[in-house]
Design a protein around this ligand. Sequence first.
Ligand SMILES: Cc1cc2nc3c(=O)[nH]c(=O)nc-3n(C[C@H](O)[C@H](O)[C@H](O)COP(=O)(O)OP(=O)(O)OC[C@H]3O[C@@H](n4cnc5c(N)ncnc54)[C@H](O)[C@@H]3O)c2cc1C
Length: 417
Amino acid sequence: MIAKRSYDCLVIGGGPAGAATASLVAEQGYSTLLVEREKLPRFHVGESLMPETYWSFERLGVLHEMDRIGFTKKNGVQFVTSDDKETAPFIFSDYDDRDCSMTWHVQRADFDQMLVDTAYHCGATVADETRVLDIEIRKQSPHKVILQPAGDKSKEIEVMARVVVDGSGQQAIIANRLGLKEQYADLKKSAIWSYFTGAKRNGGANPEVTCILHTNTKDAWFWYIPLSDGTVSVGLVGDNDFILKRGGSPEKTFYQEMANCPGLKRRLTDAECVSKFHVAKEFSYRCKQQAGPGWVLVGDAGGFIDPIYSSGVFLALKSGVMAGEAICQALAANDLSAERLGSWVPQYNSGVRWILKLVRAFYTKPFSFGDFVREYPHHRGNLTNLLVGKVFEGNPGAIFKDMDPWIERLTHETAAV
Ligand SMILES: Cc1cc2nc3c(=O)[nH]c(=O)nc-3n(C[C@H](O)[C@H](O)[C@H](O)COP(=O)(O)OP(=O)(O)OC[C@H]3O[C@@H](n4cnc5c(N)ncnc54)[C@H](O)[C@@H]3O)c2cc1C
């Protein structure tokens, strides 16, 4: 229930980024309104988490909730080659035996609901089924936000906010409005995914992992994420044109590529598809600016790289927590300038760039994690650190001193064949 017409902070979007920001700002006693256009809980893609998400969970005080809900534990990542060779899994606890090395595969409806509930318990007003129709971004805050409750197209509610946080995900409302989005020309990918019961999964001595399976042309790959309700989330990712412009339905494309992926075929032999096929496209971009006077972009609304390493929720929560802290300081100092609200952005982007570099390495066709680690066994720990999400501390870029020339050499060798 939106009781007031003016708030210290209005957060758009009940995803992980918006919920994390709203929790931190409301916790400090600032009036906070979180608006979500869908009815909660709502379906969302993005089920495999990165272990370093642990620290955001700890900051938000939700670690016990993660345990209580009982999501599937994720212990590592395994890459499966196009001829169904399973490379040795990167088991996170082999490199760090603390609790933070274990993470989860989550059903996003339950996960995101838990995070929004946390924002509510921290003191935020939560209005689901409420769409942001328009934002009047002024030179200085407060900004005017026009809201519309679902099911009542005749009704509009005007709310003033000292700080507007855009956590609207790929809608990226503010970035689109201000023309801040820049696509990564080399990462124009699309995805088709669905859910299966009766799919093979690990058990007993073999820990549950996220599998990444290459197709035999290496033009596409599949994710394979076992969930706690017995289903497995399976998604195909490749270049836009390769995935979406071949004619036929998304379902047909999915099964055509599955025929090129023996590792997946084997895993889905006795499986039944229990959901429709979903499609997402052109999801990778960055924003030229992530904060302005009285506004901040968090999570996907500020940029998204690629699903390959499951970094989306990790970065959504990380940016939400970092932005939330910066907003509290800015409100306390009554300084809502771009510099103050975006004080966290340089540090954040310095971590994100290592994930981006590893994404680009993956999409270099001759690249293989197995081959790289065989040639540079001393980098196995560094690689695991990147896959875990340890990109904001230590020297995460050290591995690229060897990986960059190695990729260049492979690329030349392949071109020469
Ligand atoms: C194909 C694919 C696979 C992925 N797989 C993974 C994975 O395995 N692991 C992982 O960590 N990440 C994954 N991701 C990324 C992950 O889904 C996102 O990074 C993550 O959900 C971002 O969280 P967010 O809070 O920024 O945005 P979202 O979770 O998208 O939340 C944004 C919210 O804003 C709401 N909203 C939008 N417009 C309005 C409006 N006008 N008014 C009010 N509310 C609005 C939306 O309804 C939504 O609930 C994947 C992404 C894709 C495309």
